[in-house]
Design a protein around this ligand. Structure first.
Ligand SMILES: [Zn+2]
Ligand SMILES: [Zn+2]
Ligand SMILES: [Zn+2]
Length: 174
């Protein structure tokens, strides 16, 4: 799990503009996955790898049942336990995140760096951007500690309009 240690710098996904080459996202995610699995002494089995690729088909989180249906179409053993085991593996390896409010899974673009996954969810296109903001993390820990509470998980999912949909909306009005 790559989400337990705070990350030093803030980063945002700069590659999610409308014009980005999504194949680059997929290639780099798979390369990172291969490297991490070797480092962790894990095997990126065919079904794990394909599940990751399918989740990375877009920046829209994919539900377990959608994934199951896609894998079944391709002739994989798509029994729910197989699919959930693959998802558990990818989650534990930090290669994907679960977006709780959507009950769906999103590929992580910086699985090799320790970070908190906070999410910006577009109401319109349902793309999800991940951001990591150290100040929020620090503030949450401090505020929770004032209540004598030790934080274990932070689920921060913000909804709104992404820049692409915002400019589309503005264009429609003009
Ligand atoms: Zn992309
Ligand atoms: Zn992430
Ligand atoms: Zn959008």
């Amino acid at each position: 799990m790559k989400t337990t240690e705070p990350h030093q710098s803030e980063h945002e996904h700069e590659h999610q503009s409308s014009s980005h080459n999504h194949n680059d996202c997929i290639d780099s995610a798979l390369a990172t996955a291969e490297t991490l699995c070797v480092q962790q002494g894990q095997r990126l089995t065919k079904v794990r790898r394909r599940a990751l690729e399918l989740i990375w088909e877009s920046h829209r989180p994919l539900g377990a049942y959608q994934l199951l249906a896609k894998l079944a179409e391709e002739g994989f053993n798509s029994a729910p336990p197989t699919v959930y085991r693959a998802l558990d593996f990818l989650l534990a390896a930090g290669l994907i995140h679960k977006v709780e409010s959507m009950n769906a899974y999103l590929g992580c673009a910086h699985a090799d760096k320790a970070h908190k996954g906070y999410f910006l969810i577009c109401d319109d296109c349902h793309n999800v951007m991940e951001f990591d903001y150290q100040d929020i993390h620090t503030a949450l820990i401090a505020k929770a500690a004032q209540q004598g509470f030790e934080l274990r998980a932070e689920t921060i999912e913000l909804t709104g309009l992404c820049s692409k949909c915002k400019s589309k909306a503005a264009g429609a009005i003009a």
